[in-house]
Design a protein around this ligand. Structure first.
Ligand code: DAH
Length: 323
């Protein structure tokens, strides 16, 4: 018993884990006093064995328990000390990780893609740097024709390439490589060489649509666009078609949607012009189709009630954080 008290005192005076480990080894390690005594029990007489063995066993157990207790004491006080050393205030409230979110234009584009995908349209892309052929000629906009003036153009220095002024060239690129039936949308960035103001910027986003098949009519177009706008604005919208001119369609029209401020122009559209089919390598006698072009910025501005297009490209977080 006296032996045990002495050992316990020793254990509890250990000031770190290393010292404690030394004490443990001194008694219970391979050559430890208690361990050796236990091993040499076999040499004792039967009577001595009976007396000594249980004593040594319980001593071993007591030492083990005491060492375990001291070691957890030392560990917890060690952790506290380490924390104090780092000046870590464990009671301070945590820092909130700030999550970003998608740009309003990206959100609109994803939503529009989703709606047209659900209507069976495939999403395709074309290059931002275009040739004169795809951007103009193939779309029935000849050189030196006044209709070309609608699209103020950024030309590359060699005058061979230009920044596409609309997404319509993707129609030609797609038809060249695919046969009808065709149902595609082509979202993307377009560029215009014009002065910027609240509703015009030198770059913006458009979405081109094209559907080609046999026996297509304006009724098909009206149904698709009505479904699209209704899904986008989450209610049954009222639309009307107004005659308009675009060289690549005949007849051409503009689509207005009825809103809180009366009729608002939403997009340009029309039945694909025979010359456009010819330029893409189709026989216009066999096919009809409709095409449309929507300004995604305008849609975003209407949906989110933004009054200046330039805000969309400003990178101003005070603006962007609102969406
Ligand atoms: N490309 C035209 C523009 O940028 C928009 C447009 C009008 C596209 C009528 C079409 C269309 O496909 O049929 O102003």
């Amino acid at each position: 018993m006296e032996e045990l008290d002495k050992i316990k005192k020793e254990i509890n005076s250990a000031s770190d884990l290393k010292e404690l480990d030394g004490i443990y080894k001194k008694y219970l390690g391979k050559k430890g006093e208690v361990a050796l005594a236990l091993r040499s029990i076999g040499d004792l007489s039967e009577r001595e064995k009976k007396e000594r063995a249980p004593q040594l066993q319980s001593l071993k157990k007591e030492i083990e328990e005491e060492v375990l207790k001291r070691s957890s004491e030392l560990k917890s006080s060690g952790a506290e000390e380490a924390l104090r050393g780092e000046w870590l205030d464990v009671t301070a409230p945590g820092k909130k990780a700030e999550l970003g979110h998608l740009h309003p234009l990206t959100q609109i584009q994803q939503k529009v893609n989703e709606i047209f995908s659900s209507l069976g349209f495939e999403i395709v892309e074309g290059p931002e740097l275009e040739t004169e052929w795809y951007n103009f000629d193939a779309l029935n906009i000849p050189k030196d024709h006044p209709s070309r003036d609608i699209w103020d153009t950024f030309w590359m220095q060699d005058k061979e390439l230009l920044l596409r002024t609309h997404t319509s060239p993707v129609q030609i690129r797609h038809m060249e490589k695919h046969q009808p039936p065709i149902r595609i949308i082509a979202p993307g960035r377009v560029f215009r060489h014009e002065a910027s103001d609240a509703s015009h910027d030198i770059q913006f986003y458009q979405l081109e649509g094209l559907m080609v098949d046999k026996d297509m009519s304006v009724a098909n177009f009206k149904a698709v666009i009505n479904e699209f706008l209704s899904q986008l604005f989450g209610e049954n919208v009222k639309i009307r078609l107004r005659p308009s001119f675009f060289p690549f369609v005949e007849p051409g029209f503009e689509v207005d949607m009825y809103g809180p401020k009366g009729w608002m122009e939403m997009l340009g559209a029309g039945m694909v012009h025979p010359n456009v089919f010819k330029a893409a390598g189709y026989n216009p006698v066999n096919w009809q189709g409709f095409a449309f072009g929507i300004g995604l910025d305008r849609i975003a501005m209407m949906k989110y009630k933004i009054d200046d297009i330039r805000l969309l490209y400003s990178g101003d977080l005070r603006f962007l954080k609102q969406f």
